[in-house]
Design a protein around this ligand. Sequence first.
Ligand code: NAP
Length: 248
Amino acid sequence: MKLLENKVCLVTGASRGIGRAIAQSMAEHGASIAFTYLSSPDKAKVLEDELAANGVKVKGYQSDASDFAAAEKLIADVLGDFGKIDVVVNNAGITRDNLLMRMTEDSFNEVIRTNLNSVFNVTKAVQKSMLKERNGSIINMTSVVGVKGNAGQANYAASKAGIIGFTKSVALELGSRNIRCNAIAPGFIETEMTDVLNKDVVAQWREAIPMKRGGTPKDVADLVVFLASDMSSYITGQVIHVNGGMLT
Ligand code: NAP
């Protein structure tokens, strides 16, 4: 059963990792896909071809989600190319880990701008067209770290906690117009973002997870498909965890 036929979905940061899996799953479910990337044009081209093999309309846009004006242009371009936007997945994100003692102002601001300002930028830019359609699902990628905190990630945790407050506020503001806004909090998902971590630390993390494994990007993508679809039409303002029981 295809859950996203006739829907136009925009995914930020889809050239790799979780965003890539989200774009793939949404295309398999019949959605037209607009996606963004920042520094990986070659990977984006490969993804465009792969997604188009599902017989859906696809376009990749090089766009910095942390830049307010670029986000406004992105939404105008996607609306011009696709006619409407039903679903936005604010997925683009970075880490710049360090203990607070060594964290620079620049690395704090860079993470807040890329992870949190981006969610504001894209959501604000898309809001008008969703209001006009009286329809929309906005899905924001937070993290277990935004709920629990993590030593060495004060910048990242602050950005991800900010996303939760933003998500709930948008859900309250736009619910009466049939626009839903939810957040997904992945636990430990094995991607390029986590490949840089120490192998022993990763083994310890897997052992501490009740399901004894890291998550896959598809584990997260499956929830995105559900939240994007009409199967979740009465779910808004929620933070849904995908973490193998990590925080239980
Ligand atoms: P990843 O493999 O590092 O991929 C990050 C993606 O974001 C890339 O496509 C990158 O594009 C894009 N990006 C970065 N800065 C951008 C910007 N300013 N504008 C537009 N795109 C930008 O990361 P991931 O592990 O898939 O994580 C995806 C999301 O899930 C992030 O928000 C992350 O915080 C969250 N998350 C991940 C985990 C985990 O365990 N992996 C856990 C919890 C939450 P380029 O390739 O073009 O640079």
